[in-house]
Structures are given as C-alpha cells and as structure tokens.
Design a protein around this ligand. Sequence first.
Ligand SMILES: NC(=O)c1ccc[n+]([C@@H]2O[C@H](COP(=O)([O-])OP(=O)(O)OC[C@H]3O[C@@H](n4cnc5c(N)ncnc54)[C@H](O)[C@@H]3O)[C@@H](O)[C@H]2O)c1
Length: 256
Amino acid sequence: MYDLDGRTALVTGGGAGIGRAIALRLAAEGCDIGILDLDLAGAEATAAEARALGRAAHAASGNVGERASAEAAVAALSAALGRVDILVNNAGILRTSPFLETTDAEWRGTFAVNLDGAFHCCQAVLPGMVARRAGAVVNVASWTGKKGVPNHAAYSASKFALIGLTQAIAGEMAAHGIRVNAVCPGIIVETRMREEAEERNRAQGLPDVATRLASIPLRRAGYPEDVANLVAFLASDQAAYMTGQAVNVTGGLWMG
Ligand SMILES: NC(=O)c1ccc[n+]([C@@H]2O[C@H](COP(=O)([O-])OP(=O)(O)OC[C@H]3O[C@@H](n4cnc5c(N)ncnc54)[C@H](O)[C@@H]3O)[C@@H](O)[C@H]2O)c1
C-alpha cells in the first residue's frame, strides 16, 4: 500500500507489542528489517515472522539507553541490512508512581530508555542518512507527551521531551532530505506495557482500561496495528511533506 519495496528499517523494541506490529507491517510493505531489543529471543521471534513474509530480517540484543550498547547493536544491524532507510525509535518503558514517591532510579531509568534511547539511535543512524541525503525517522511518543497525566511524571516528561527532540532534529535534518516525525498512541492493549500498567493502575487507584473506554470517542482501545498503520504512512513517501509532527493515534482520547 505504501510501496516501501527495497527499503530497510530498524525498529527498536521490536521484540514485542507495538514494535513487533510496526516491524511486521513494514516487512509487509516490502522492507528488510532489523530488530534491536533488550530481549533477544523476542527480537528473533519477530525477525522470523518478518522472514515468513518474504523479507530479510535480523535481530540484535541491545539496550538503547546505554550508548555503547545501542551503537554496537545499530552497527551490527546496519551491516546486516547494508544501510538503514527508516529508523523507528519505539523502545520505551512505563513506571507509574505518585510523584512524591518517584525515585531517582525510576526517573533516570525512564529518561534513559524513552529519551536517551532515541538520542543514541538517531546519532548512530543519521550520519548514513545524511550521506545518502534520504531517510525517515519515526519516534514513538505518547498522548501523555502532550498532556501530563497523574502518576506518570517521569513517563509524561520523557515523552514531552521526545516530541521536543523530534521537532529539533526535524528542523536540522530537513536540509539533508531526512524527515523526522513522532506518533502519539493512546491506550494500546495487547502489549506487555499495558498489562503491567493495568495492574499498577488498580493498585494505585487509577482507572483501568474498561473504565477509560467511556472517555475515548471511538469507544475502543487501540491495537498495536493501529499504531503500525500510522508509522508505515509516516515512513513512506506518501508523507513526503510531513516533518516535525507528533501525530495522535488515540481514538480521539486526545485531540490536541
Ligand atoms: N501500550 C500503550 O498503551 C502505549 C501507549 C502510548 C505509547 N506507547 C509507547 O509505545 C512503545 C512500545 O510500547 P509497548 O506497549 O509495545 O511496550 P512493551 O513493553 O509491550 O514492548 C516494549 C519492547 O521494548 C523492549 N525494550 C524495553 N526497554 C528497552 C531498552 N532499554 N532497549 C531495547 N529494547 C527495550 C522490550 O524488551 C519490549 O520488547 C513505547 O515507547 C511506549 O512508551 C505505548
């Protein structure tokens, strides 16, 4: 549909959930795929599914939050793929807690993955894109990167920052023929992050997904494929006139 035939895509956190759906959607669109994940078994499982779609696919274990680890994994996947045309910074973690109980470890750990991860991977991948004068980056932010949500201080702040990073890099990279956008998912089910969040929300007296459906105009939670559809569009030439955007995919939960 978006004609990505012959392109290559590196997806961080592609071993599960939304990242897995993004990797498989990009493979279905014709991309060869590289999966970078802390969980090598998950990354290898997604790569096997992408190969079953007829594409080349490679897996590498790495922690996007640690520069040396991220750089080594990106280098291995870039070498296997030949080059990286599309980078999807999807790896992220959510640790909810009341603000006054948020520890330094939760704060720093959240920023390390959700913000530093994109910083490290962009710095590792963009030089090749600059040299080729082509490329697309999609950062997976969140609707909580546009609206601060109780008990989500570290997560929300890291996603606001990720949108700021997206805009700053988009402005710099436009002259090099590279587009940089973000997606802002709402409540996406069938992911480990959501399952763990449900348990914590109940324990912290926050509303669960079933309760929150009433505030979603389209009256359903989102699925990883809903996010993957948007990422595929933004990565494609159909989005040739879009850069620096943070596009909601929330069922209308957030419209700003
Ligand atoms: N699920 C939701 O409701 C929701 C909503 C908005 C935004 N998001 C964002 O979407 C992205 C994916 O979320 P998900 O729900 O699929 O989560 P998930 O926990 O189901 O999957 C995340 C994947 O990222 C990997 N990962 C985690 N830390 C990593 C690290 N430091 N280095 C490399 N890989 C790492 C995990 O191993 C896992 O495979 C995240 O950035 C998240 O913040 C999710």
